[in-house]
Design a protein around this ligand. Structure first.
Ligand code: ATP
Length: 226
């Protein structure tokens, strides 16, 4: 049973595939924010969005391989196990229900996701359920795109990481994490072109990709675009 007084962080993503741009900033964030456990939540991708190239079970297996032996990370498959795509707000509401009103909960995102947070379903309710912990991402401004969104951010900013442990939800922590210039899109593109993955992801994930013949030519999305 997890310690219900400790700050618990969740990290959602498509993880197609999981890579060092996911793992390294979050490891640094854990030190900066005093996190002992980060739960990875692979997404169920809605049918009307571009589908991941890897199957759900391949994405899960890559996450398992990436975090094997690392006590910081665990895996929660609830979003994958649903038939319907779930909104982050609904998953967080479910977790809040399970963990009780007083446990500090946080959801981790990259700076790119913070800039488009206003497009998420019921985004303004997120902070009633959790804190948001934001990792820097190269190429994305640290300023919000409109004065209203900047005002919202300024209002909720955590000035010190201790604030994340002192209340169950409601703060946004901009963490000074290392800039890691990697995206899953870049990795898939490299592999489609027959180029090596160049140490962009953990070796067991890289070996799995080769074994499964994932992200080989031809790129199905490129064909669809033609
Ligand atoms: P894709 O290129 O397929 O869109 P991605 O590499 O952005 O994928 P996702 O699984 O969509 O990865 O992202 C999950 C979360 O990880 C998002 O909140 C995103 O902001 C964050 N993230 C991904 N890559 C990085 C990175 N290099 N640095 C910081 N955050 C990142």
């Amino acid at each position: 049973m997890p310690d219900q007084s400790q700050l618990h962080a969740l990290y959602g993503g498509t993880f197609d595939p999981i890579h060092y741009g996911h793992l390294k900033p979050v490891e640094a964030l854990a030190t900066l924010a005093g996190l002992h456990n980060v739960t990875l939540l692979p997404n169920n991708v809605p049918p009307h969005r571009p589908q991941p190239e890897a199957t759900p079970s391949q994405r899960i297996e890559m996450v398992r391989l990436a975090i094997a032996g690392n006590p910081l990370f665990s895996l929660d498959l609830r979003e994958m196990q649903r038939d319907t795509p779930s909104f982050t707000i609904e998953t967080l509401a479910e977790l809040r229900q399970e963990r009780g009103a007083s446990q500090p909960l946080a959801f981790i995102i990259g700076q790119d996701s913070l800039l488009t947070l206003h497009k998420w379903h019921r985004w303004q309710d997120l902070l009633s359920l959790c804190h948001l912990l934001v990792c820097q991402r190269p190429g994305y401004s640290r300023e919000m795109t409109t004065p209203e969104h900047q005002q919202w951010l300024d209002h909720h900013l955590a000035k010190r990481p201790e604030e994340l442990h002192q209340q169950p939800a409601g703060k946004v922590f901009l963490a000074d994490t290392p800039l890691v210039s990697i995206s899953a899109t870049e990795i898939r593109d490299r592999l489609h072109q027959g180029r090596p993955d160049a140490d962009l992801l953990p070796p067991p994930v890289s070996e799995f990709i080769v074994r499964e013949g994932l992200y080989r030519n031809p790129n199905p999305h490129a064909i669809l675009r033609r």
